[in-house]
Design a binder for this molecule. Structure first.
Ligand code: TEU
Ligand code: CA
Length: 586
């Protein structure tokens, strides 16, 4: 038997970075219009630096009509006027760098806004020079001569993926809202324009990389075939098998990474609809020169049906562990790299989805999740508010509080298909309360005493309602208070950096004993120098006897307790949501 190849991970700043994601509309409003802005971000940089953040990722701040909160870009080289100006953005880049941190922006180039000048030209006539910068097809006609769409694809926002353009008498493809037409990546002139405007423009302003939106959707199946009919009652069908990971993805990403190679930057690609390991690995092997790392969706997609976020599915703690741990092992002894995250602006809050947001458990449950995340291998991403344990919106929220285009169009569809049946609406709200993207988009909770949580002045009207839970869960309450979720995160991030060979780069091994309850996670991390950590987390509210002392003895490295999320630790008994980190003596 040959020894397995023992390859160490190359050291890179972007592997060790703690990345903090900012949703500009909801982070900090500086001028009282109820919308977060760039000066607001500037005012919180010291807070982020104290937390232990190395890189901030700012969600789209570009000029946009905001149909999809800035993921519909009208001009890559300009700023959404409610957020600020180009000068303020340059000031932000500099201020971040001055503090020894880095900054990345969102790169949204699968589609533009319909108001982008490229699309305006493209739609102006069938012979326009930019016609083929977007994906236009003639309509089809049925036996009765009625106009139909070119295929049966369903967009990600519950509507057909094609819209008829009256003026030029053809349909265009949009995998998201009709106001987000898909760019035609097959056109090389179009690709060059994207690189120039969306990528080089900002790299030349010295940003440190990009989070790349829907990075695997640029190349569609060339024939645009009809998708299998899985929802006969719907007029369009999930078609991700034909639009994700298409045949030319590798060419496009090679071309793009040629640009990135000229700068010292990081790239993290968002990889929806790709549970298949081989597909994922092809994007992240360093030798393939595609992306530094990707976001896999299998953990955050738990509880939903593929292609249909609002059709709930049950899942177990075992599923949670399996999906979270899966991307740990696969990069071992390879040149690939991975990410660690449980939240972003498209997901419900992790403590509500994967642990417990009940008042009696919330704090320790948030710390338990933080313990797991900060000890896993990969680049760590935190979403604003996660560091204070923010929770989902309350179930009492009426439909009108939901502002996200995906939620709004889902509710409209439910109202229509049920003829306004209140029971159907109430069931839809049950699902939204758990799964809606709105959960992550409410204002950041800075303080408890003021009506708008310190996000905007008390007499201003925030663009989304501030959660009542801000009275309890807020930065001001937690800062400097050792028992708080925030201070726990700080402590864990420090520990992660002090022992980065173990926590950032270490080898991962799940310790699974048959006797252990599936609701307990135990894993070992080992650095290249042989030093080890054992991480133990009770994922449930059940107290459990676990023979931790004998388990540690078996690993034989003279372990000491480095961190616990509870005050009273009885070695062989785990309390609800208890978490611990044991470190071997050096
Ligand atoms: O999201 C991509 C996307 O498809 C996700 O909505 C994904 O389907 C879902 O999270 C899987 O459960 C990106 C942005 O993050 C999102 O905010 C935008 O709306 C979308 O692209 C369009 O740009
Ligand atoms: Ca503002």
């Amino acid at each position: 038997m040959t020894e397995p190849l023992h390859q160490q991970h190359d050291r890179k700043w972007w592997k060790e970075a703690v990345v903090y994601q900012i949703y500009p509309a909801s982070f900090q409003d500086s001028n009282g219009d109820g919308i977060g802005d760039i000066p607001g971000i500037l005012s919180k940089l010291d807070y982020l630096s104290d937390l232990g953040v190395d890189v901030i990722w700012v969600c789209p701040h570009y000029k946009s009509p905001q149909v999809d909160m800035g993921y519909d870009i009208q001009d890559y080289e300009d700023i959404h006027d409610k957020y600020g100006t180009l000068e303020q953005t340059e000031e932000l880049i500099k201020a971040v760098h001055d503090r020894g941190m880095r900054i990345i922006f969102d790169l949204v180039i699968n589609h533009t806004s319909n108001l982008h000048s490229w699309f305006q030209e493209s739609r102006s006539s069938r012979t326009n020079a930019k016609r083929s910068w977007y994906i236009w097809r003639p309509a089809k006609y049925d036996k009765e001569g009625r106009r139909c769409r070119p295929n049966n694809w369903r967009s990600n926002f519950s509507k057909p993926a094609w819209t008829w353009d009256e003026q030029s008498q053809e349909c265009y493809l949009h995998l998201y809202a009709p106001e987000q037409p898909d760019l035609n990546w097959e056109n090389s002139e179009c690709r060059q324009a994207i690189y120039k405007s969306a990528i080089k423009f900002w790299l030349n302003k010295e940003i440190d990389g990009f989070r790349i939106d829907t990075v695997n959707l640029y190349s569609k199946h060339p024939d645009l075939p009809d998708a299998p009919i899985v929802y006969p009652e719907l007029e369009s069908q999930p078609a991700y098998m034909y639009y994700a990971n298409g045949p030319r993805m590798k060419d496009y990403l090679s071309e793009m990474s040629g640009i990135f190679a000229k700068y010292d930057v990081m790239t993290v690609g968002e990889l929806p609809y790709t549970p298949d390991q081989e597909h994922v690995m092809a994007y992240i092997y360093a030798r393939n020169k595609q992306l530094n790392m990707v976001f896999n969706f299998d953990t955050v997609d738990l509880g939903q049906t593929p292609g249909n976020r609002f059709l709930p599915r049950s899942f177990t703690k075992q599923d949670f562990k399996r999906t979270l741990f899966r991307w740990q092992s696969v990069i071992e002894n390879t040149d690939a790299w991975t990410t660690v995250f449980l939240e972003n602006h498209d997901q419900g809050r992790s403590v509500s989805r994967f642990a417990s947001d009940l008042p009696e458990y919330r704090v320790r449950a948030a710390k338990m999740l933080a313990t797991m995340l900060t000890t896993l291998t990969g680049t760590l991403f935190i979403y604003q508010g996660q560091e204070i344990g923010m929770i989902n919106v309350p179930r009492s929220w009426p439909a009108k509080e939901y502002k996200c285009v995906k939620s709004v169009s889902h509710l409209a569809e439910i109202r229509q298909s049920s003829n306004g049946d209140p029971k159907a609406l109430s069931e839809a709200l049950d699902v939204l309360q758990l799964m809606a993207r709105d959960n992550a988009r409410v204002p950041m909770q800075w303080e408890g005493e003021s009506a708008n949580a310190g996000f905007c002045p008390d007499d201003a009207k925030p663009w989304m309602s501030v959660l009542e839970s801000h009275r309890e869960i807020n930065v001001k309450n937690q800062i400097g208070k050792q028992s708080s979720v925030l201070e726990f995160w700080k402590k864990m991030l420090k520990l992660r950096k002090e022992h980065k060979d173990i926590f950032v780069y270490g080898r991962f091994r799940e310790i699974a004993t048959a006797a252990l309850d599936e609701e307990i996670a135990i894993f070992m991390k080992q650095g290249d120098d042989g030093r080890k950590a054992v991480i133990i987390a009770n994922l449930s509210k059940h107290e459990m006897e676990v023979r931790i002392s004998s388990l540690l003895a078996k690993e034989g490295s003279n372990f000491g307790l480095a961190v616990a999320n509870m005050d009273n630790v009885a070695i062989d008994r785990l309390q609800a949501f208890e978490a611990r980190v044991y470190l071997s003596a050096s």
